[in-house]
Write a protein that binds this ligand. Structure first.
Ligand code: MG
Length: 300
């Protein structure tokens, strides 16, 4: 069988015919939020229902990095290399400092608690952008069931004074997000309200002004089957997103170029490995990886 489906001749140069989609860890309940630490050669990812963050290395396999994790979901690294995490249970975004202590970056807006921060990205100016859908407080499976106090919005944390502002409001449930390599574009997925089977599931694209303001917001790509829970950009601005049948590669014009077929439902991806050419894929009970002829850009 092939690991790929191609919809654009260029996609053939993105994948290596003899590089497998390989399961590197399994036995979890719902994994998400992969992030690569190149300096340590370590992949971290969340096993959300089991309330833990896992750590994987090529030599040592999988161990537990943090338990309990406050039902952590998405992670990234900031420009100083520190871990930045979304916590459903804590209903907050945190930063893990170099000494291991945890700093709260955001847990409320205008006196109301956040819902359940889902995914996060740090821009090169140090600003922290995160999505806050309600998935983590709707049931007790991936957090603690609770009343929703705020709409499902996208926030930006100022790098200088730590203030939090709402940057996007017109989403059912914002989820994955990423900047283009030049940071002139911000992509944000909408995966629809929980328990809404007819929800629109797509990625939208915004132009980013020099001062961080957003314009536009048209639908960039409709993900089908499934939804764009999480994604990363490669160095040419192609988006590698979760979908119902694997990972989809979408070019900057919003066109599907090809698919990596994965045997479990994919939640999120990140680039890592020696040349940032290895795509790590979190998918339901397992983590998969595949070496590509591509290079990721998001984390430092
Ligand atoms: Mg997500």
């Amino acid at each position: 069988m092939s690991f790929f489906e191609s919809y654009d001749p260029k996609f053939a140069s993105f994948v290596l015919g003899n590089a497998p989609v390989k399961q590197i860890a399994t036995g979890f309940d719902w994994v998400e939020g992969p992030v690569w630490f190149g300096d340590a050669g370590v992949l971290l990812f969340s096993d959300i229902p089991n309330n833990r963050i896992m750590r994987w290395t090529p030599g040592e396999g999988t161990t537990t990095y943090r338990e309990p994790s406050n039902y952590a979901n998405g992670h990234t690294r900031d420009r100083q290399g520190r871990l930045v995490s979304c916590e459903h249970g804590g209903r907050r975004v945190t930063r893990t400092e170099w000494d291991g202590s945890i700093t709260v970056i955001a847990d409320s807006y205008e006196g109301k608690r956040l819902n359940s921060p889902n995914d996060v990205v740090v821009k090169s100016d140090g600003s922290i952008w995160f999505t806050d859908p309600h998935y983590g407080i709707m049931t007790n499976y991936e957090g603690y069931q609770a009343e929703q106090e705020l709409p499902c919005q996208v926030y930006r944390v100022d790098p200088d004074n730590g203030s939090i502002e709402v940057v996007l409001t017109d989403f059912a449930c914002p989820n994955g997000l990423a900047f283009s390599p030049d940071e002139n574009r911000l992509y944000v997925a909408d995966t629809g309200a929980m328990f809404d089977a007819d929800a629109e599931r797509h990625i939208r694209v915004f132009d980013v002004d020099g001062d961080g303001g957003l314009r536009g917001g048209e639908v960039f790509h409709v993900v089908t089957p499934g939804a764009s829970d999480g994604f990363r950009s490669d160095s040419d601005g192609n988006i590698w997103t979760s979908a119902g049948d694997g990972v989809h590669c979408v070019n900057p014009a919003g066109e599907l170029m090809g698919k990596i077929l994965v045997p479990e439902l994919v939640s999120n991806v990140c680039f890592g490995g020696r040349a940032k050419h290895r795509l790590f894929i979190t998918a339901t009970t397992s983590v998969y990886s595949i070496v590509l002829n591509r290079r990721g850009v998001q984390e430092p």
